[in-house]
Design a protein around this ligand. Sequence first.
Ligand SMILES: [Zn+2]
Length: 308
Amino acid sequence: MLLAIALTILTHLVIPAVFLAWLWRETNRSKLDWLLKLLVVALYIVHIFLIGRWDWFSYYLRFGLVILLIVAAYQSFIKVKALPLYPPRKLGHYVSLGISSAVILFFIAVLGSYIPQGYSFGGESIQLAFPLKSGVYYVGHGGNHPTINYHNVNPTQRYALDIAKLNAVGTRANGLYPELLTNYAIFGETLYSPCNSTVRKAVNNFPDLVPPQSDRNNPAGNHILIECKGADVLLAHLQRGSLTVQERETVEVEQAIAKVGNSGNTTEPHLHIHARQANTGKSVLSGEGMPMLFSNRFLTRNSVLFHR
Ligand SMILES: [Zn+2]
């Protein structure tokens, strides 16, 4: 877990800071030098803006990064305005332009590898009501590519979402990775039925674990599987003893059904939700996954929903 924290700090904060300082402070030999440097920094920032887990530091910080990029681009442009477009003809200059161009092509290839597929979906989708209220909710995993949704490699969970709640400063918890469950904004949040439905399965007895402990033998933990409009919808990692519905019970859309917890194969409190074609799997974790739409939105990593 320490490695994950260190990598997140490195990729979200340290590398952008180094890149921005490089763009802002470094002297250039030509406008072309500057332009390539700007593209390197901008492409990295677009990438981390899209795939970063901004609920760790602050969702709002990702926009701060874009503002800093604009300021650094403007400040450095002022310094290169009087320079020629091309650098003097020297081998060293060509080598540095070549390296910048290669890095730009690499970043374009990286973005191209997940953007077209990640933000689109195919096949029949299901419209659902968002199952949480009163607050700002953040999609940590979502979309149609493993780069932005780790569930995507699994056919049943291809379009699954992991949802956290953001506190007033835009982070999912007080602290980077606290052990206390109540330090996570979503823990104990009331969960509402996303559709008029019948409860197919309701499990209520697994303990809420101390992060980052997880129960790999019971991946869904406490969960509710409901039948919605030709699909089965799984709501997982619920709080022990919080379910207010039973199997075969009929529930109305937006009826309170449980609370968000930290049971099953989870490293911290969050809501896991996915839909599959009805009756296509023997267990709650098998079958053919279906895209879910909430108010016509296909949610992906860094999607945010404001609910009063
Ligand atoms: Zn999940």
